[in-house]
Design a protein around this ligand. Structure first.
Ligand code: HEC
Length: 247
């Protein structure tokens, strides 16, 4: 029974990975975000407030919780991170009015849980995925979210990329061009590795925002396992003691 269910589980896993590989030729990049790196989280918070909070809210997170967790002094918080009329105890709102969907064709979504839904690798990739496309409203498209309504807000930092196409045969054998990736076109203010770090910090911060307790939960997990291991030794000795006269 156990064997059968393990086999079924393995088979399902194989089917799952196979179809995932077929669907998305373009793979996500690896963010390398580290939730235990407080400095990175602080930089990420600053980047987010400066470049993203104009359009996106983090409505399940309060400024005060963020500053406490990320060890940001109150004076710094009020001076450099709150750009609206909000008070430290308020949720992190955006400067966007509710009807801004008219401006972009889509309302910029709240991003509190985005990293939990899509993962920090996705956010890292998405912010690397903008490329020039004159047919789009903002002159850019995105490798990871084709037809995105979001402008390339980090354009000055990253510069502009252009699409790279490759020839592929479809099911009927006729050739077609498919998008294979992007390559740099015009440079931005940051060097590529600086931009990587800039975006990694944002992805890291969004990972934190999605689950502020994550770092604590993970370190707590290690203690719980250690406790269980030690407990196991005592439980085993106790069991031996109880059973020693039975045989
Ligand atoms: C000028 C407004 C604006 C700014 C500034 C902005 N965004 Fe967006 N963003 C949008 C809009 C509009 C969408 C909806 C896009 C869509 O669904 O096509 C969006 C969608 C997203 C999504 C969701 C993508 C998905 O898969 O659904 C993420 C993640 C995101 N933005 C991250 C960011 C980050 C990080 C920043 C800061 C670096 C930022 N955005 C700055 C307007 C903005």
């Amino acid at each position: 029974m156990l064997k059968a269910s393990v086999l079924i589980g393995l088979a399902l896993l194989c089917v799952g990975t196979a179809s995932a590989a077929e669907e998305g030729e373009i793979r996500l990049m690896h963010s390398g975000a580290d939730i235990n790196n407080t400095e990175s989280l602080q930089r990420g918070a600053r980047n987010f407030m400066n470049y993203c909070s104009g359009c996106h809210s983090l409505k399940y997170l309060r400024y005060s919780r963020m500053s406490a967790d990320l060890k940001i002094p109150d004076s710094e918080l009020v001076k450099n991170l709150i750009f609206t009329s909000a008070k430290p105890f308020d949720e992190i709102g955006s400067a966007m009015p509710a009807d801004s969907a008219d401006w972009f064709g889509k309302q910029p979504p709240d991003l509190t849980l985005m990293a939990r839904v899509r993962g920090s690798d996705y956010i890292y990739s998405y912010l690397h995925g903008f490329y020039a496309d004159k047919t789009r409203l903002w002159g850019v498209n995105n490798l990871y979210l084709p037809g995105t309504a979001m402008p390339h807000v980090l354009y000055e930092r990253q510069g502009l990329q252009k699409p790279v196409y490759k020839n592929e045969k479809d099911a009927h054998g006729s050739a077609k061009m498919v998008l294979a990736g992007v390559e740099p076109m015009t440079p931005g203010a940051l060097k590529p590795e600086e931009y990587d770090q800039f975006v990694r910090d944002i992805a890291n911060f969004m990972d934190y925002a999605a689950e502020p307790i994550k770092a604590t939960r993970q370190s707590m997990g290690i203690y719980v396992i250690l406790f269980l291991l030690v407990f196991f030794v005592f439980a085993y000795l106790l069991k031996k003691e109880y059973w020693k006269d039975v045989h």
